[in-house]
Ligand binder design. Structure first.
Ligand SMILES: Cc1cc2nc3c(=O)[nH]c(=O)nc-3n(C[C@H](O)[C@H](O)[C@H](O)COP(=O)(O)OP(=O)(O)OC[C@H]3O[C@@H](n4cnc5c(N)ncnc54)[C@H](O)[C@@H]3O)c2cc1C
Length: 346
């Protein structure tokens, strides 16, 4: 039995923790936030439940489908009604790719963060919330992890890092281990920058629909101020009858240019963009919410093979930096794969 520390309770970290605890390893997950599930995030406000990070998932591999549809409880799963349409820089919209639209899109009735909670309930591991890990220390035979405030935890035989690559880089720069290995791993992770993105949630006291009764609309030429618009009302149990909640994800370039703008000005820009896209007859806003995702999506892909020298001394990696795009199923897959590599080395 190995003692394993996992940094990050997002999809990748929790999938790894679940898998390792199934094989009776002693696992402790350290999560800097109070909530779990990372960017697969949901929030409740004024009777609405909404997904303000990842908006849906489509399991892409048999292993992830097995986990979601069979291993974990699935009575809370909710198949999202409606297609994903497209729009261009000028706001011209069209039905999306029929092949893509034919495959089911999923979330949970209580929000996409239910995925993280189900992995925690099904696994048998320790979870330390509000525990920001700022560095690692490799001793000859084991690892310790350093929490802000100075507390060290350990000993651990193995450590798995799952934060977005730039956050793992900060952590490694503050770590004590072979300098050559650290600098190699920092180079691997620095090859994957992440972009910033604002999510803006707009609530109305009216029932609104998107063109074609679509669930969502995506900007395909990436030149519109909006990258994505979706209707949470298409998800069972998310929005009370007679109301609407639209999720607008702003263009990454626009988000970077407005990084320091105040929430009211971000909300005003999102409202104006959605209004123009939908034909300039949006009702008055009832309430709104915003989230600035500092590390929303990876712009590149690191190769897990390039981390092999670190795993030889018990340091492993997972997360969407190794997928090449922001995807919940991809992140789950990297967590399962990391667990399998650790089991193979046990
Ligand atoms: C706006 C937006 C829309 C998206 N839309 C979709 C979508 O529709 N479909 C889809 O499949 N995917 C989507 N994604 C991408 C998807 O959310 C991610 O790819 C996936 O959730 C990443 O999981 P992860 O485990 O790799 O990372 P994360 O979910 O980021 O988990 C990492 C965890 O590590 C924690 N952490 C970081 N540093 C430390 C530290 N030093 N100490 C302790 N804890 C730490 C973080 O708090 C976090 O909980 C979207 C993402 C965003 C932001």
């Amino acid at each position: 039995m190995s003692r394993i520390a996992i940094v990050g309770a997002g999809a990748s970290g929790l999938a790894a923790a679940f898998q390792l605890s199934e094989k009776s390893h002693e696992v402790c997950v350290f999560e800097k936030s109070r909530g779990v599930s990372g960017r697969a995030a949901s929030r409740s406000r004024n009777g609405c439940r909404y997904d303000y990070g990842a908006n849906y998932f489509k399991p892409e591999s048999n292993e992830v489908a097995e986990l979601i549809f069979r291993t974990l409880p699935h009575d809370e799963l909710c198949r999202i009604a409606g297609d994903i349409w497209t729009f261009d820089a000028n706001g011209n919209h069209a039905p999306g790719d029929p092949k893509q639209n034919a495959s089911a899109k999923w979330t949970y009735r209580s929000g996409i963060s239910t995925l993280g909670k189900l992995l925690i309930d099904a696994g048998n591991f320790t979870l330390r919330r509000e525990s920001l890990i700022e560095g690692l220390h490799h001793h000859k035979t084991h690892w310790t992890v350093k929490e802000t405030g100075g507390t060290s935890h350990g000993p651990f035989d193995k450590v798995l890092l799952t934060p977005p690559a730039p956050q793992s880089v900060d952590l490694l720069k503050n770590s004590e281990a072979s300098p050559e290995m650290l600098s190699d791993m920092i180079s691997v992770l620095e090859s994957v920058p992440y972009h910033i993105q604002f999510s803006v949630m707009l609530n109305f006291n009216a029932t609104l629909t998107l063109p074609g009764d679509a669930y969502a609309m995506i900007n395909t030429d990436r030149k519109h101020r909006l990258a994505w618009l979706s209707n949470e009302g298409q998800k069972q149990g998310h929005v009370p009858a007679g109301e609407s909640l639209l999720v607008a994800q702003m263009n990454p370039k626009w988000s970077a240019e407005h990084e320091e703008d105040s929430p009211p000005s971000i909300i005003a820009a999102a409202y104006e963009s959605v209004n123009s896209l939908l034909g300039n007859n949006l009702p008055t806003l009832h309430w709104a919410d915003t989230q600035r995702w500092r590390y929303a999506h990876p712009n590149g892909e690191a190769k897990i093979e390039d981390t092999a020298s670190a795993s030889e001394i018990g340091l492993y990696f997972a997360g969407d930096a190794f997928v090449g795009k922001g995807r919940v199923p991809g992140a789950l897959q990297t967590g399962l794969a990391a667990a399998n590599r650790m089991l193979a080395h046990s």
